[in-house]
Design a protein around this ligand. Sequence first.
Ligand code: SF4
Ligand code: SF4
Length: 373
Amino acid sequence: MSSGSVQTLPLQLFLREDFPQLLQTLKQLGYQTLGPVLSQGAIQWKAITTPEDFPIDWKDQQEPGSYRLEPDPSPRYFNIVHGPESLKPLTFAPRETLLVLDHQNNTFSAKDIQPDTTPTAILGVRACDLAGLGIQDQIFLHGTYPDPYYQQRRENLFLIAVNCTRAHATCFCASMETGPKAQQGFDLSLTEADEDFLIEAGSVKGLKVLDQLTSSIASEERIKEDEERIGACAASQTRSLPKANLPAALYEAHDHPRWDHVAARCLSCTNCTMVCPTCFCHGVEETPSLDFQQSEHTRVWDSCFTPDHGYIHGKNFRPTTKDRYRMWLTHKLAAWIDQFGTSGCVGCGRCIAWCPVGIDLTEEVQALSQPPL
Ligand code: SF4
Ligand code: SF4
């Protein structure tokens, strides 16, 4: 986990030709390294061992209901903004056996299954994903019962952020004040240009790695150039989610006819909740062995869009897609504020891009904020 106060150091310039040093240093310090890797037509966090593992020469295009990778003659390692995965699957596993119950000699015993806690450095974390991780920390670490599985994985992460200089049509981090520049929660942050990077340490662990790299103090001119590129990225975002009228606008819209409109398009497919960096619903499954001598107790991601999610004591209290979409949006953008003191949305835009019918929550909030026609 990013921790420890860091003395303010001048921003450093780190040359592209020296980038392999970063991978080598992380390896020497015992980290496995994950980064953005082309996989199944998208980008996933996978092992990176050499600079060639990065998706150089590719870029992503994201629009409502659309995610495309296309060739791009750029030398940059981090030209692709993000894939469907946030940091969520790396700390809160999509499917995880927690316990194995054993029935032997008329007694039961329970063996807990420990998560893999290999120290892991992740290269290419975006500001919105750091914000999403901060929200998940609040849920899994800072409640009455911290989650030991999440905690062990979280403590072993080394996070290398990359500031965004390119936004998609689906991004709205600027209006959520979560990006495009990583402000906190990282161990190292990079701003990439064609020939080099600006690099900054955000933790004592990050400083230890930075100390091993060949870098020099960045010029004022170069720092200003990067600030302008990040500022232009923020200014290029066409979507926004004005905070001012939330949560009231959604509470007041409970009976708005717009819910019928969106429900007529929504497939209740759960994609939006699976890709969201902050959604945390889960269920548990018991899987007995054929001889009933053992049973695996497994935690699995769930979604408020599944029929079972609203089923309790013989009745489903959210039987329709309209009920489910209203529940999701109202919790995410309104009740979350009352529950956790912050929005449940960080403006990553994934739910817009990965919704098969291109439902856009910013458009829905705007419509729900207007009086019914
Ligand atoms: S609600 Fe959508 S835009 Fe907001 S954090 Fe979740 S996936 Fe990203
Ligand atoms: S809003 Fe889109 S992604 Fe979410 S459940 Fe409905 S159809 Fe699926």
